[in-house]
Design a protein around this ligand. Sequence first.
Ligand code: FE2
Length: 533
Amino acid sequence: MNAFYHSSPISYVEAVVQETKKAVISYVFSKSALITPGAAEILSSTPDFRSIVDEALSRGHFFITEDIVKSILAEREEKEEAETSESIPLQERTEVGEKEVIVLKTRFKPIAKEYEANIRFFEEYDVTGKSYCEGTVDDFIRYFRDRFERLRSILRKRPNTDIRPISRLDRVSTGQEIHVIGMVYDVRESKKGHLILEIEDEEERTTLVVPKDSEIRRKAKYILPDDVLLFKVVRTSGGLYVVRDFFWPDVEEHTPHYADVDLAVAITSDWHVGSRLFIEKALKKFIDWLHGRVGNERLKELAGKVKYVIVNGDVVDGVGVYPSQIDELVIKDIEKQYEAAAQYIAEMPDWVEVLVNPGNHDAVRRLEPQPALSKEVAYALYELDNVHMLGSPTYYALERVEFLVYHGTSMDEVISRVPGLDYAEPEKALEEFLRRRHLVPTYGVKQPIVPERRDYMLIERVPDVFACGHVHKNGYRKYKGVRLVVSGTFQEQTPFQLEMGHIPTPGVIPILTLSDLAIHQLKVYNGGNNGTR
Ligand SMILES: [Fe+2]
């Protein structure tokens, strides 16, 4: 069956809607179905039109009319209402989920309103206002030296080691076991299957061998270029240095801080305001929830605890981030995108503090570390009293609980390099960052770093909570006592994600209670082909 579409005079329709309508029609066409102009009109202002078309087809409607679309939309609306009233406790059963909570049905009384904000910014870990780099060769040398020295000092704390500089390795006798610290310059496999590592310190370079049939060969496949490692090596009679074991700087088992007040933080990212795929109704529902306007009593009680909202980058979709992005935008002016974002924040309760840092779509240098958004472009956000503008990465404590917040752009690189990682479980990438004590383990073409005097991407202070965004897929994990959180998005699946097979989880917000670091997952959106239905 061929698709057809009766065009009608539509001069009054905005150009944007026209574009989406074309997309609707071509999608229906690709499914060999028919659609009426009225139905196409409604779907052109519905970001998740594909799933509605799919649903109509699955119900056997190959001629999609206005009535069919309206009835599917109405059903979804109803289902969403029901969904918002359920929080989905993850991993551990949370206090709110487990205990019998007797809540009197009275007016919404947010406990967060009764407390002053208690935020401590660790400015030494944020590049904002401190970027002195000129990108000279000297800058790079100084940068890598700083990175090496600081990671080496972490590795040196490891007990029972006999560490020698590379320049003294030739004094080691045959059969003697010693330790050496080096940055991995190159990793390759020899013809016989051994792993050959070239490592260097600030003075010299040397070659180490990981034998193919050794116990540590499996672990060694996770070694990345630029890793700084502590190797236990033995010198063979042939003058080779064979690796017996090796260690990443890693974090030790961590005892987190807990708040002594019962407040919470909503961790969001990737709003992508300005994109035609931005799901405004999901963000508005979240704001309604913060006000205690939606949800059951249990959820309202949780909403009342939210004192802080984190917006971890990609606040807006940006302009010119990739070729032909202009076709994907409903707000094509960057300042207006930030004005719109600021408007949503202004609609949040006035007792909430909002912490904003940039991502790769925002109007600030794309290279990391990223300073806070500029006052010239994002003035609308600076005008709000309860908004704190920070860099990425950044570090702060909320009610004593320490947060490392990084947009997560380098997750793409780590996921592609580390065996066994994929976008379905992005939280595992955070574990790799912590193991290496670095947010951009491999300096590369995809993810160049600005060689600042100090390496801001290095994880020196172990946080209680480590939050990333970027991948548009929620994920949670604990690693050695550190709570890992990958927040989701307020954007539908993009054509790029569709092509790459990435399934986002829009409208799912982790709410972290600060007294126990438990995650309560809030779902404010049920549409889209997002795998969360
Ligand atoms: Fe994003």
